[in-house]
Design a protein around this ligand. Sequence first.
Ligand SMILES: [Ca+2]
Ligand SMILES: [Ca+2]
Length: 349
Amino acid sequence: MLPTSLKLTEDEDINNNNGRLQSLQMDHTSLLKQFEHLDPHNQNTFEAKDLELLISTATKDLENYDAERHEEFKRYEMLKEHERREYLKGLDQEKREKEEKRMQELKEKHRQHPKVNAPGSVAQLREVWEETDGLDPQEFNAKTFFKLHDTNEDGVLDEQELEALFTKELEKVYDPKNEEDDMMEMEEERLRMREHVMKNVDLNKDRLVSLEEFLKSTEKKEFSNPKEWETLDAKPLYTEEELQRFEAELRDKEEELKRKAENLRQEQDLLRERGKALEAQKREYQQAVLEMSQRQKEQQAAGNGQPPAGPNGELQFQPQTQKPEEINAPAEAKNNLPAEPPQNLPSHT
Ligand SMILES: [Ca+2]
Ligand SMILES: [Ca+2]
């Protein structure tokens, strides 16, 4: 949706409304940046032409957005069917037949629902009027209805306000509690309903319903006597050919993923091998360093009387060359002759 500041009512003359223009200029540069296709020669003034361009660009973007949603939905349905078929393929015949029967029953069950009123028809609006708004059906009035459902009171029904009107109809077909009802389908159905109404009602194609457009639509034949609304289950959503193409695409993607996974596995193996080689090399180096430093210690020990180093380079314990009692002992006591009792022992008396 366009920012509300950009919505001009029909009788506003942009070129003569300087105050309005000035307020638009406040943030028009940032707005311009949001849309790609604007006139690059006119970046400094915000003119009616810009506004028109902006609106038509935004409208185009929204159209593309809806188209993309339809496309995504179709793919979703094809994926669902693909998975269903794959699942059935994996079963033995007896189980498969049982499952096929169960699925068929669910499908039938989904198809059984009260009649859906054509969106935008008098019957549909009256039902909202009566059941949602709690008003007397005899007093239905299109203008009051419009005002009531223009919830943000900006004078138009936008897409959200319009879609909200269909909830009542959609609830006849889709119940989140039922296995057979798919809420993705409900949203696709809601989108289709909105597009259907816009197509009939939105005369100036600005994706908004003005009161005038709305009132005009109530005078049309389709309003009181519409064509029956076909719910999604009425027609196939894709052809068998489209499904085949989609499945081929899936297979291609799967192949590519497998290829990528295989490449990754090979790379991983390679890295693991390289890691092992590095680890072995590291150990070899460590061993070499150890041996060299041991040799160095031994050489040093031999060369300058340093004590030899232990296996990890620590100094080995060396008994003291002189025992404490020898320090003050007479020289003759140092030989192996029976020693005289020391002369200067402290008396213990
Ligand atoms: Ca509104
Ligand atoms: Ca319109």
